[in-house]
Design a protein around this ligand. Structure first.
Ligand SMILES: Nc1ncnc2c1ncn2[C@@H]1O[C@H](COP(=O)(O)OP(=O)(O)O)[C@@H](O)[C@H]1O
Ligand SMILES: [Mg+2]
Length: 269
């Protein structure tokens, strides 16, 4: 059975597609068979990323280990029975097709609350939630008092994850390993950073997630998209000397993979 990694957060711009591409490619580079699905059917950033990689490799005559990207199969609406949802059927069909031929299925979710995203969360063995270092974004996980210290209660996204966990428990599936990853951390804003860290630690215990080392704000994370590359590929395309920021970014990615603690994945690579 493939291990399903869902990357989700209802907030747009949190870094879901960036994290999806980096994690999927890192696993592929380690020799795992990785299938990718993009549930943001409109923006398709993750899908576009993988397509860009394929086009770049073809034009440069390179063969880089890559995730394979799949679209949801079409289903004839006339075959959908009463009470069934066509999106559920399309997602189930895509996962069922990938399961026998992959070790990991990575599902990138849209930055909104959709039926597809909801169902995907209930399929997650591992759920990765990138989070911008901002209380505006934190508000989708939990409401917090005016001091930024006291958690008042879970919010919409956490409640959705809670529902997904309930569904899995009822189906006898193993619990979701939920990991929140801070993204776009700045070198400044120390006070905010510390406050966010503390609030997240408190919330982690309360609603059941782990936190993993995240990514700093780095221009390289934005530059690689047109060629479909990740930080791990730079040497393979002939970059001889990585600058300090790129070395640090690559290390951040390695730390994240380690922290995800995925089955059959070496801690060091
Ligand atoms: N660590 C980072 N450093 C710099 N830019 C980043 C970083 N992570 C994401 N970005 C940029 O932030 C924007 C949103 O990222 P994206 O992965 O598309 O988020 P989402 O899929 O959650 O909407 C993109 O322009 C992306 O290039
Ligand atoms: Mg996205």
């Amino acid at each position: 059975m493939a291990h399903i990694i869902v990357v989700g957060n209802e907030k747009g711009g949190a870094g879901k597609s960036t994290v999806s591409m980096h994690v999927a490619t890192a696993l592929a580079r380690m020799g795992h068979r990785v299938g990718g699905l993009d549930l943001d059917l409109r923006q398709r950033t993750f899908g576009r990323y993988v397509e860009n990689r394929k086009a770049f490799c073809e034009s440069a005559g390179l063969e880089l280990p890559s995730p394979s990207y799949h679209t949801l199969p079409d289903i004839d609406p006339s075959t959908v029975k009463d009470g069934e949802n066509i999106y559920d059927l399309r997602l189930s069909a895509a996962v069922a097709a990938l399961e026998p031929e992959t070790d990991f299925i990575l599902i990138d979710c849209p930055g909104s609350h959709t039926r597809l995203s909801q169902v995907a969360h209930s399929l997650a063995d591992t759920l990765v939630t990138p989070l911008n270092d901002s209380f505006v974004d934190f508000d989708l996980l939990a409401h917090i008092d005016s001091t930024g210290e006291k958690i008042l209660g879970p919010s919409v996204y956490s409640e959705m994850v809670w529902n997904a966990r309930q569904l899995r428990a009822q189906a006898g599936l193993k619990p979701i390993d939920w990991i929140v990853v801070r993204n776009r951390l700045g070198a400044q804003q120390m006070v905010n950073k510390e406050k966010m860290g503390k609030a997240l630690d408190r919330l982690a215990k309360r609603i059941g997630f782990r936190t993993a080392p995240g990514f700093n704000e780095r221009v390289i994370f934005r530059e690689l998209f047109p060629r479909g590359l990740t930080l791990l590929d730079l040497k393979d395309i002939g970059v001889k000397q990585l600058n300090i920021s790129n070395v640090a970014a690559r290390q951040e990615l390695r730390e994240l993979i380690k922290a995800l603690d995925l089955p059959e994945v070496a801690a060091d690579f």
